[in-house]
Design a protein around this ligand. Structure first.
Ligand code: AMP
Ligand code: ZN
Length: 667
């Protein structure tokens, strides 16, 4: 037993170190695959020996616990807000006030930090272990979201070095742009309302009830403030350095400066640089560096006197709403877009702004002719944040959402529980037809080089390319008819189309663009049903029993295959030689099995030993006869020999049940 416990602790230590190397220092020294192997090993030991469980184990990162309602707890030290300003004059006045308190002759140093735009968090550590995470709440009390916070990889669960026995550290949980766009892409695909900005999404994410969903959100956390009774640091900058040594992700952008002019330089430099950051900041925080001086300065009712946030002006303008246009996407979703009188915002001319959906239009109560405020964040399309009430359009020009599709004139529908209106005329609504071809050709599906979005539009309007099946009967002369297409690029295009026939079944399935069937679901479906024919004939019950598939996805699949046009389409694609079956050998290699050595022992319920051996080899694993230190997994069936079992345990080899094996192979 002691051996096991030691092994578990060793694994945890190693994994904490790798986490730190990867997430904080950006210097991983093992591959993701090796990391996953270690995590899996630890996980299976922990499952098997629950007596050694630890709430701060690296395995807690994947979440799983569900919190119905978060406990509200008092902060040990209140969480203040920050004084803030948009002007340099205010900063100079602030310095004058500091001097009045501290003395004219006293030298004041400042730390300059970025003001991260996310959700603030206070983390408590005891004996180097994360014990609690509280949201800011009202500053006095916050919500305990500890389980959720543990899934954020940049937050250490276990510290290193000479950390104090008990302390708090504060920072900001943020969602980088990339993750924000990724989440929204998925939501768009699911017909769900899009999130407005990364900050709201970050705050919403950490309050989700299911921590395993939080684990899937690519959240990040920067820490910048220590609180405690005996911290052994005397300045803010030193606190940052210490926190970094203990394993926290501390912003490298922080600077120690010794004059207000240097503060201005920092502000100016980031005014431009912030546009290239992978996440959003809304300003700079300037803090008096000396903690003794901070104490002397104290707090107002709301904020410390020793800090000041300089906020960059939101890049906003006001202009005239000239009209509303409607865009129809691949799935038939209709998105309203504001047409604006062109206005300059931070160097670019803005003519359009996103209006998201009909609820948003109603909420704003928009009228054509209104003067609206337009803001440009990091989002690609600017947004309308409000209406200038002093300059309204006429009441009779109230914007009414369309009743019919602007492209094909069929009636629009908004389903119960959805925010988006849809044109249901999938088969004959041009933007949907074009969108489907573009999706099929796209990088994540068939990845056909040389066939750009614009070319598809041209070919569609020429009547040469009406659906994805037409791709495979395109002839060189037809494409050459288009202007701009050189002989060479047409040849490349045709080669690209030909090569797409080698793409896997799951890519073909994803490429079909069945509503709600994203990349992951397509993979699961192809693994489970193995072929298009079997999938097409699956019952709704069989579909619902599949991982990742719920009612909504299941009925969408049923509807798709019930449509005779889709059946024809699939028949043609099949005749053209596209892959309609899950390929065996090689293609099935599973990262958790690749090159791993398995020993199987005993008899199994769902597999004969031969079938189990075959399955492991298909997934890329190797079979050995006896347990040794090189063995990665033992699969234990009924009546497994006790000596094998003891040997495996002593060597710390993961012992899987038949069900564990099945779960692992599905992951
Ligand atoms: P406000 O919400 O405008 O009152 O600004 C105060 C908030 O800014 C704090 O509660 C923090 O969540 C956040 N903040 C972001 N970056 C920093 C930073 N570097 N130092 C202090 N607070 C920060
Ligand atoms: Zn339509």
């Amino acid at each position: 037993m002691e051996v096991i416990q030691k092994k578990i602790e060793e694994l945890r230590k190693t994994l904490h170190e790798h986490n730190h190397l990867y997430y904080i220092l950006d210097e991983p020294n093992i591959t993701d695959f090796e990391f996953d192997q270690l995590i899996n090993k630890l996980k299976s030991l922990e499952d098997k020996y629950p007596q050694f469980s630890d709430l701060n184990s690296p395995t807690q990162r994947v979440g799983g616990d569900v919190t119905k309602s978060f406990e509200t707890l008092a902060h040990r030290f209140p969480m203040y807000s920050l004084l803030n300003t948009y002007s340099k004059e205010d900063l100079i006045q602030w310095r004058e006030r500091l001097r009045k308190v501290l003395g004219e002759e006293v030298n004041i140093e400042y730390t300059c930090e970025l003001k991260f735009d996310g959700a603030s968090i206070s983390l408590s550590y005891e004996n180097g272990k994360l014990i609690q995470a509280l949201t800011r709440g009202d500053g006095i009390k916050g919500d305990a979201i500890t389980t959720n916070v543990k899934t954020i990889k940049t937050i250490p669960l276990k510290l290193q070095g000479d950390y104090p026995h008990l302390f708090e550290i504060r920072g900001e949980i943020i969602l980088p742009w990339k993750g924000f766009h990724m989440i929204n892409e998925q939501r768009a695909l699911n017909g769900e309302a899009l999130y407005r900005n990364p900050r709201n999404t970050a705050s919403g994410s950490i309050k989700l009830q299911d921590s395993s969903l939080v684990a899937k959100r690519p959240l990040n956390c920067f820490l910048y403030s220590l609180k405690g009774d005996d911290l052994k640091v005397s300045t803010q900058f030193q606190a940052l350095q210490k926190a970094s040594e203990w394993g926290f992700k501390v912003p490298k952008s922080a600077r120690l400066v010794s004059s207000i002019d240097a503060v201005f330089e920092y502000i100016l430099a980031w005014e431009e640089k912030r546009k290239n950051l992978p996440y959003e900041i809304d300003g700079i925080v300037v803090k008096v560096n000396s903690l003794a001086q901070q104490e002397e300065l104290g707090y107002t009712a709301k904020a410390p006197r020793w800090a000041m946030a300089y906020k960059y002006k939101a890049e906003q303008a006001s202009t005239l709403l000239e009209g509303v246009q409607y865009q129809v996407g691949r799935t038939g979703a209709v998105t309203p877009v504001a047409k604006l009188f062109p206005v300059e915002i931070s160097g670019t001319t803005v003519k359009r702004a996103s209006l998201y959906n009909s609820d948003q239009i109603d909420k704003l109560g928009l009228r054509i002719g209104d003067t609206v405020f337009v803001e440009k964040g990091g989002e690609i399309i600017p947004k309308i944040t409000g209406i200038n009430l002093n300059n309204r359009g006429l009441l009779e020009n109230q914007v009414q959402f369309l009743t019919h599709c602007p492209e094909c004139f069929s009636f629009l529908k908004r389903e119960e529980g959805e925010v988006q209106h849809y044109c249901k005329n999938e088969a004959a609504c041009p933007p949907q037809q074009i969108g489907k071809i573009q999706h099929f050709v796209g990088r994540k599906a068939m990845n056909i080089d040389g066939l750009g979005a614009e070319t598809i539009v041209l070919l569609f309007h020429e009547g040469i390319l009406k659906n994805i099946a037409d791709l495979y009967s395109l002839r060189k002369e037809q494409i050459l008819l288009l202007d701009r297409m050189a002989d060479k690029s047409v040849s490349n295009l045709l080669i690209g189309i030909e090569k797409s026939k080698e793409k896997s079944f799951s890519k073909v399935l994803f490429g079909l663009g069945i509503r709600f069937v994203g990349e992951t679901v397509a993979k699961t479906l192809s693994k489970t049903f193995k072929s298009m024919d079997l999938l097409a004939s699956a019952s709704i019950e069989e579909l619902i029993l599949t991982d990742d598939v719920g009612d909504r996805i299941a009925s969408s699949i049923i509807d798709f295959f019930a449509d005779s046009k889709n059946k024809d389409l699939i028949r043609i694609l099949k005749e053209q030689g596209l892959k309609m079956e899950q390929q065996h050998v090689q293609l099935n290699i599973h990262p958790a099995f690749k090159e791993k050595r398995f020993v199987i022992s005993g008899v199994f319920e769902q597999f004969s030993r031969k079938a189990l051996t075959d399955e492991i080899e298909l997934l890329g694993g190797k079979i050995a006869n006896s347990v040794s230190s090189k063995t990665d997994y033992v699969i234990a069936g009924n009546g497994m020999g006790p000596s094998k079992k003891i040997k495996a345990e002593n060597l710390g080899v993961s012992v899987l049940t038949e069900q564990d094996f099945i779960d692992l192979s599905k992951r």
